[in-house]
Design a protein around this ligand. Sequence first.
Ligand code: PDD
Length: 286
Amino acid sequence: MSRISYVNGRYIPHPEAAIHIEDRGYQFADGVYEICGVFEGRLFDESAHIDRLERSLGELRMSMPLGRCALSVVLREVVRRNRIRDGIVYIQMTRGTAPRNHLFPPAGTSMSVVVMAWRQDMEKMEENAANGVKVKTLPDIRWGRCDIKSTSLLPNVLAKQAASDAGAYEAWLVDENGFVTEGSSSNAWIVNKQGQLITRQLNEQILPGITRGVVLELAGNYGLDVTERAFSVKEAQDAQEAFMTAATAFVTPVIQIDDKLIGNGRPGSIALDLRKAYQKAARATA
Ligand code: PDD
């Protein structure tokens, strides 16, 4: 079956789906994106993703180039045309195509809108969850507005590659005070020896993960003791459990941070319970 993607109002065979070479996303990373999970053919937490998209656009002085309902129709159509059961929908919006100039393009320039969808390798994801993954810590060299889901991801790309080169699955980024901010494409969590669930508080240093929000709510419902604060690499290495969250990873246990095994070196029970609860919620409400 051939893939179909949406580009500026048209559904196009994926190999031909293209954007102009003077698109500002291509030249300046002047755009934002969203990634929303698809469970049993339906989008999970779509409105939270669209809220974050609107916020990211607003922070960069762009507005939604199409209404929420119209966007929703496009997302569903891309999922349907690609027959995605369990996968991902990717949305990217940029300031549009214009002659290269750092200044914003003239008023009236149409923004570019792209929507793609793909299947997730659920088997591989389950294997990662069952075995747990390793993370490598690296300095967080990103800009001061990591709360915006910008397509400007060069530090994230470099960190993920460095982690992979070192045999790790994810990079955990560390601020100048030795505290973990988040992963290169996920939020970071630990459970300390007192059983407290800890993830960094929201501010301009991290992305407000939608999965993070869902997991915080689930953890609260389960009566877990949850604290939103920064934790150091040392505290993470001494934790009883660690895990990461993202729409592309759900809740994935972390079993090693740099050279240090976490707990007994096996996925933690709280992480695995939260993963099950997340998947149940996603399937029930999608
Ligand atoms: N990344 N932090 C960063 C830096 C991210 O890029 C992501 C998601 C998250 C988790 O956000 P959410 O729970 O809403 O997926 C946190 C996506 C999946 C990506 O760029 O591939």
